[in-house]
Ligand binder design. Structure first.
Ligand code: AMP
Ligand code: MG
Length: 325
């Protein structure tokens, strides 16, 4: 059983050791106003974790004492949210006397992506509300080839959507409006080496919205084109250097058709196979934690209670990915 609680999604997943997902239930916290408030999201998770576990067991047609391992997302993420999931995981693990496994959230996005698409050794672009990174496996670890230096691309979209009074979360609304846009407004484009920055882009697009000179369609179009061009540039350079045979797109922003097209053309250009993770496994979910917990356990990695503290800044390149060796 995997418990995911890094941000606004509370996810409980159940996987079998041969990679069958038996249950995947997600309960989303929607803030009344503004962005995610970590303590309010954590309160939501603690309120609903019991019933979400029950729903997952029901979906898997299992009883709690038939669960063999308890995995939880140990980081990176919002501290209060992580602690809620970790506390539940410790309690269940010690009550059932079953091993506890702390899983890196970013690693698990890649692992469920590999499981769901059958990609074997992909370069991954992981783009979500909280993360933006380009990663691939090399010599024992998932390396970070490029990442955001400030906010995630999804956060940039969502914050602009809020400023422009569009629906929350912003990605889908911006995607629809962008289809009707055509004028490319000049916006800050920040790629530094292999890293990206989106905070200047966000400030600029909000200012362009406020000055009232452009249609909302052109604003959304320009935001997408500029932000996704940066993602494409870094991804393409990483693909050219690593020569990975596959290119995997995951995270909630990976649902975007324009971004999928960019990924597809980059992959084609470099003779790589593009893969898109199905949306229920691309956004935050418990199945990815359950599955990565199994991979870790099968390779002798378990987390003693005294080392089960959460790490809101845990980087994926700190994880020994023994199962990939
Ligand atoms: P996650 O953090 O993986 O749960 O994904 C949530 C993020 O995905 C939010 O920032 C959404 O705005 C974004 N998102 C969802 N659908 C789309 C879309 N069609 N285009 C762009 N972003 C999207
Ligand atoms: Mg995520």
């Amino acid at each position: 059983m995997g418990i995911e609680s890094t941000a606004d999604n509370l996810g409980i997943g159940i996987a079998s050791s041969d990679g069958i997902i038996l249950a995947n239930i997600v309960k989303v916290h929607v803030p009344k106003e503004g962005g995610i408030h970590p303590r309010e999201a954590a309160r939501h998770h603690s309120e609903y974790i019991g019933e979400t576990i029950s729903r997952a067991l029901e979906q898997a047609k299992m009883k709690i004492n038939e669960v063999d391992l308890i995995a939880f997302s140990q980081g990176p993420g919002l501290g209060p949210c992580l602690r809620t999931g970790a506390t539940a995981a410790r309690a269940i693990s010690s009550y059932l006397k079953k091993p506890l496994i702390g899983v890196n959230h970013c690693v698990s996005h890649i692992e469920i992506g590999r499981l769901a698409t059958k990609a074997n050794d992909p370069l991954t672009l992981y783009v979500s509300g909280g993360n933006t990174l380009v990663s691939g496996y090399e010599s024992g670890r998932y390396r970070i080839y490029g990442e955001t230096l400030d906010i995630a691309i999804g956060n940039c979209l969502d914050t602009f959507a809020r400023a422009a009074k569009l629906e929350y979360p912003g990605g889908p609304a911006i995607e629809q409006l962008a289809l009707m846009g055509s004028k490319l407004i000049s916006l800050p484009y920040a790629v530094k080496g292999m890293d990206m920055s989106f905070s200047g882009l966000l400030t600029a697009i909000i200012n362009e919205y406020k000055n009232g000179k452009h249609s909302i369609a052109d604003l959304c179009f320009s935001l997408q084109e500029t932000g996704y061009a940066a993602l494409g540039e870094v991804t393409e350079r990483a693909l050219a250097h690593t020569k990975k045979p596959e290119l995997l797109l995951t995270g909630g922003v990976g649902a975007n058709k324009r971004l999928r097209n960019i990924i597809k053309s980059i992959a084609e250009e470099h003779g790589a196979q593009p893969y898109y993770v199905p949306i229920n496994y691309a956004t935050d979910n418990g199945a990815m934690i359950a599955w990565t917990g199994i991979l870790a356990y099968q390779n002798g990695l378990i987390t003693p209670i005294e080392k089960s503290f959460v790490d809101p800044k845990w980087r994926l390149d700190e994880v020994e990915a023994k199962w990939r060796a």
